[in-house]
Design a protein around this ligand. Structure first.
Ligand SMILES: Cc1ncc(COP(=O)(O)O)c(C=O)c1O
Length: 416
């Protein structure tokens, strides 16, 4: 059996048949196949077919009921965000009152830091990874400035060992053991956007909290990619976007987690807005806020219904399939692609251990942008480039197939 037939056989016999049919797959920009082999779901996930209907329903309620749709619509807008609570909580391993869908990711990180980054005395530092997404670097530096601190002495960037690309958990733990007394906040990516490394969130959270720091996670590349147990891991806070693995659409409404111990603590300072008061009294227009004991207390504005509708449609798919089944398929697909890439001699910087990565393989090449263009134009394979030298490929288990992985590996073998 040749490699292409073998890939097709794997698709036909996989315990979790592809849900590709539930998504709109873009046409291939070039090459012999009609549909793209889409490996950029870690950047922007594909559109579930159910989204258009969901949006239509809200547009119809707006047309038919206008302001009355807040209370009389098919899904009354005044409580709309409640519909996302259960699926979001199950997705990240949280109690329902620990999660809320609101804003976008960087905004939520700032809201969380406004509450939980409280530099005092010699405990002022913020720990991020050296390969943090730039928005996180900017956010933590601006928080330092906001508190009158010098970012250069406040932000600590954890670097891989010489000649390596990813962090060792033991090095992170050793740092926290050694210098944790000066750390106010640990804010790392659960899955690193560049290398695809999956961090040991349980161990790092435990060590960070034992050192007296607050531990928050940027889950942009982890939510919908790997199973999460935020409550049990005792994470202080987390935030994630929903336009990557979660297929919520460009700039979609983000998610936020605040651990139960904080939502019950009325003394935690919060930036406030009217959607963060108890819904039972919200419309009394009282000037004094009465925040609920839930992550909702961090909401500011009334939510954008048209932007929540696609997220709801997508979360329903995750709820139906379950993260454990998706993770198992992700390991099979990513493992298959890793084996095929190994045959090409490509330099993969993502950890080889399946337990230390999600659905992403990052390949180091001389001209990332040029290669990504050629992959699309010549083979219909959509990947993305992180300049100057990383091409990222995400075999997303909901809609990528073994045959897609075969197409990507065969194309890279030819083009590299
Ligand atoms: C790891 C990570 N953090 C933060 C962001 C910024 O997200 P947003 O523009 O939704 O604030 C991104 C965006 O891709 C990201 O990948």
């Amino acid at each position: 059996m040749n490699q292409e037939d073998e890939a097709r056989r794997l698709d036909e016999t996989d315990p979790l048949p592809t849900l590709r049919g539930e998504f709109l797959i873009p046409p291939a920009p070039g090459g012999p196949c009609a549909e793209a082999a889409y490996f950029a779901g870690n950047s922007l996930g594909l559109q579930p077919k159910s989204v258009a209907g969901r949006l239509r329903e809200e547009l119809d309620d707006w047309a038919r009921l206008a302001v009355e749709a807040h209370t009389r619509g098919g899904r009354p807008w005044v409580d709309y965000h409640e519909l996302l609570r259960g699926p979001a909580a199950r997705l990240v391993g949280a109690l329902p009152h620990e999660v809320v869908a609101m804003n976008s990711l960087t905004v939520n990180l700032h809201l969380m830091m406004a509450s939980f980054y409280r530099p005092a005395g010699t405990r002022t530092r913020i720990v991020i990874e050296d390969a943090a997404f730039p928005s996180d670097s900017y956010a933590v530096a601006s928080q330092a400035v906001h508190h009158g601190l010098d970012p250069a002495g406040t932000v600590v960037r954890l670097r891989p060992r010489d000649g390596e690309h990813t962090l060792h958990t033991e090095d992170v733990l050793a740092f926290l053991d050694r210098e944790g007394g000066t750390v106010a906040l640990v804010l790392l990516g659960g899955v690193n956007y560049l290398t695809g490394q999956l961090m040991d969130m349980a161990a790092i959270t435990k060590a960070g909290r034992a050192a007296g720091a607050v531990v928050g996670w940027d889950l942009a590349h982890a939510a919908g990619n790997v199973p999460l147990r935020l409550h049990d891991w005792d994470v202080d806070f987390a935030a994630w976007c929903t336009y990557k693995y979660l297929n919520g659409g460009p700039g979609a409404v983000a998610g936020c987690f605040v651990h139960e111990r904080h939502v019950r603590d009325a003394s935690v300072p919060k930036l406030a807005g009217w959607w963060g008061t108890d819904p039972a009294v919200r419309f009394r227009m009282d000037p004094d806020i009465a925040p609920p004991a839930s992550a909702d207390a961090w909401q500011l504005s009334n939510p954008p219904i048209m932007a929540l509708a696609p997220v709801l449609a997508s979360l329903e798919i995750f709820d139906r399939v379950g993260m454990d089944a998706l993770r198992a398929k992700s390991e099979r697909l990513t493992g298959y692609l890793a084996d095929r890439l190994a045959e090409t001699g490509a330099e993969v910087v993502t950890p080889a251990d399946p337990a230390a990565r999600g659905s992403q393989l990052s390949v180091r090449v001389a001209d990332a942008g040029g290669l990504v263009r050629r992959l699309a134009e010549a083979r219909g394979v959509i990947a993305d480039a992180r300049e100057p030298d990383v091409v990222r490929l995400a075999p997303v288990p909901l809609y990528c197939t073994f045959h897609d992985c075969h197409r990507a590996a065969a194309a890279l073998a030819d083009l590299l």
